[in-house]
Design a protein around this ligand. Structure first.
Ligand code: F6R
Length: 616
């Protein structure tokens, strides 16, 4: 969703660095962009509907004076249509204070009416313009930008990450956050703020992470954080281990393709340092903080997440039942708030999120904690809200995921959940050391097999299937057992980036309704790799064929039986049933990518989507 970058430099013109940081946030999804700079003559703002390149053309046409203090924003419309006038930054009606804002001010209509009565003029439809006028009006009384921001924030309800600067206090930013992420960067040449770390990696790797309700005053060489009561707090510097190169395309046409191809490395990064080979067990980092006795104590697990992460949650539940004999449930995080309050003390809730900033998942985490439960976060972003607020944490170490459609993060999540299942299975003495060793060896053995998925043979098969799929309006993804969440994920990937309607179904459900859709124009993508559901999948394929439906089958290499039932074949290496999802998801990601490419879609930033959904 919206992105923020702000910088205060020792010297020189910081504008281009701020725009460059803003480009690394493009993946979050946005519809307009803008920048404000502090000059000797006051604050100057340029903003434009459309992509950052539209803003750059505007800057090239109308010029922007060099400045060592700049703040910039990409906007994803909430209040008011995408338009130049609604783009950020917004100034107060005297043009003396400027604000960029991510989030939603829920009581903006009342505040706007009050301000209008007091004579304020509004030029946009946004809640942010209300906020900046509130700050400016407070500033006239208090004379301090920090006090004015704090006072304004005490008057608003909602979610926000903001950066404010005022002509009265050049060389200073005041920042604040509530339920929307914001980090402060500390560098030798300046002090910075942004929505996430990758936006500042070209300037620094040292960060201060703001907690909910906190504010901070940024100056050159100094940042003071304040708690919600306005008391100064000491914040330890977090060093980010991501490199700027990891956040770049590295010669690939799209981040999504790069991230699909990084998955074999993700396996190594997520898993291989955590093997305790001699014990057949897994060593998580200190942030996991659950010992064997505690792991034996829980009698049920609850998995919660949204979108793609929800599909890995489903697999997590299945793997935990299989390897640790621990019952569980999987819930869409946005539904949890409305569920009846049950006893939480016997349950461990696993919340899975790539970004660690998904509003629905964070609300669910806080609700579990409010009800007295414990939360284990599985997350890719160090320093994110989930990573900080969960009681226990497993980081997936996938590196930054920039493509809006999640690929490698999903792979990392499943890998981490497999390790978690082994860890809990061992702690609960359901798995013997020898069984643990076998499971770890199978995971290690997966690495070379993944290379086959990036070979010429599968690439050609995916392209052939994609040629056909690009011509249809709708399709069905079918799977059973461990392949059911992969069918859901395959369908989600296709609809997100190609805009072709796709649904994932457990194959057994087909006869109970979806079969009505099948005719000679309707394709079914079937996950038919070996395992306990294999024979049943063959029957389902025959049912599709009997109605002249087209079949794209994902099956094991050399599987003649499936070959006889399919129009297109995606052949993959056979691995253990529990690990097969890690293999099977990759050709489905490649298939969606190729279909979207053929249809000329905006693959890394599909329409209407945002990478990190920070509003409920
Ligand atoms: C799909 C996708 C989304 C996210 C969902 C949750 O490709 O990216 O469905 O999976 O918005 O995001 P995280 O995992 O960051 O909580």
């Amino acid at each position: 969703m919206c992105g923020i970058v702000a910088a205060l430099a020792r010297e020189g013109n910081i504008g281009p660095e701020v725009i460059s940081g803003l480009k690394t946030l493009e993946y979050r999804g946005y519809d307009s962009a803008g920048i404000a700079v502090m000059t000797d003559d006051g604050i100057l703002v340029r903003r434009k509907m459309g992509k950052i390149r539209a803003l750059e053309s505007e800057l090239a046409a109308n010029g922007l004076p060099p400045s060592s203090q700049a703040l910039a924003h990409t906007r994803w419309a909430t209040h008011g249509v995408p338009a130049d006038r609604n783009a950020h930054p917004h100034t107060d009606d005297n043009g003396k204070v400027v604000v960029v804002h991510n989030g939603i001010i829920e009581n903006y209509a009342e505040l706007r009416a009050e301000l209008q009565q007091r004579g304020h003029q509004f030029r946009s439809d946004t809640d942010t313009e209300v906020l900046v006028n509130l700050i400016a009006s407070n500033l006239r009384q208090s004379g301090s930008l920090h006090a004015a921001v704090r006072q304004a924030l005490s008057q608003v309800h909602g979610a926000y990450a903001i950066v404010a600067m005022s002509e009265c206090e050049p060389g200073r930013f005041v920042v604040a956050r509530m339920d929307s992420p914001l980090v402060v960067g500390l560098g030798a040449d300046g002090t910075y703020a942004a929505s996430d770390m990758p936006a500042l990696l070209h300037l620094t790797r040292d960060f201060l992470i703001l907690e909910n309700g906190e504010t901070a005053v940024l100056e050159l060489d100094h940042c003071q954080v304040y708690d919600p009561a306005g008391q100064p707090v000491d914040r330890v510097v977090t060093r980010c281990d991501w490199t700027p190169e990891q956040a770049e395309k590295g010669g690939y046409p799209h981040f999504m393709l790069k991230e699909i191809e990084e998955q074999p490395d993700v396996l190594a990064r997520t898993a291989f340092d955590r093997f305790h080979d001699s014990e057949g067990d897994v060593d998580f980092e200190a942030t996991f903080a659950l010992d064997d006795a505690e792991l034996r104590y829980f009698s049920r697990l609850r998995f919660m997440a949204m979108g793609t992460s929800l599909h890995s949650a489903m697999l997590g539940q299945m793997m935990l039942a299989e390897l640790a004999r621990l019952p569980g449930e999987t819930l869409n995080a946005s539904e949890f708030l409305y569920s009846p309050e049950l006893k939480e003390t016997d349950a461990l809730t696993v919340i899975i999120s790539q970004s660690g900033e998904t509003a629905d998942s964070l609300r669910a985490m806080r609700e579990v904690k409010r009800r007295g439960g414990r939360v284990l976060g599985v997350c890719n972003v160090q320093g994110s809200t989930l990573a900080r607020e969960a009681d226990h944490l497993i980081l997936t170490h996938c590196g930054p995921e920039v493509g809006v459609a999640s690929t490698k993060a999903f792979f990392g999540q499943i890998t981490a959940l497999y390790l978690l299942a082994i860890r809990i299975g061992r702690a609960r003495r359901v798995l013997a050391p020898s069984a643990g060793r076998q499971l770890l060896a199978a995971l290690r053995g997966l690495r070379p097999k993944l290379d086959i998925l990036f070979g010429a043979e599968l690439k050609a098969a995916v392209e052939q299937a994609a040629d056909y799929l690009a011509s249809v309006n709708s399709c069905l993804f079918l799977g059973r057992g461990f392949n059911f969440p992969i069918a859901l994920e395959g369908a989600l990937k296709l609809k997100e980036i190609s805009y072709i309607h796709a649904e994932g179904y457990p194959a057994g459900e087909m006869k109970h309704g979806p079969i009505a859709l099948i005719d000679a124009q309707f394709p079914v993508i079937a996950l038919a790799t070996p395992g306990r559901t294999y024979e049943k999948m063959i029957s389902n394929l025959q049912e599709v064929r009997a109605r002249e439906g087209k079949v794209i089958a994902l099956c094991a290499q050399g599987d003649e039986r499936i070959a006889r039932e399919a129009d297109f074949l995606l052949q993959v290496p056979e691995v253990s049933e529990l690990l097969q999802p890690l293999v099977n998801v990759i050709p489905l990601q490649q298939l969606s990518y190729q279909v979207a490419l053929k249809l000329g879609r905006d693959i890394d930033q599909p329409r209407n989507l945002a990478k990190s959904v920070t509003v409920e």
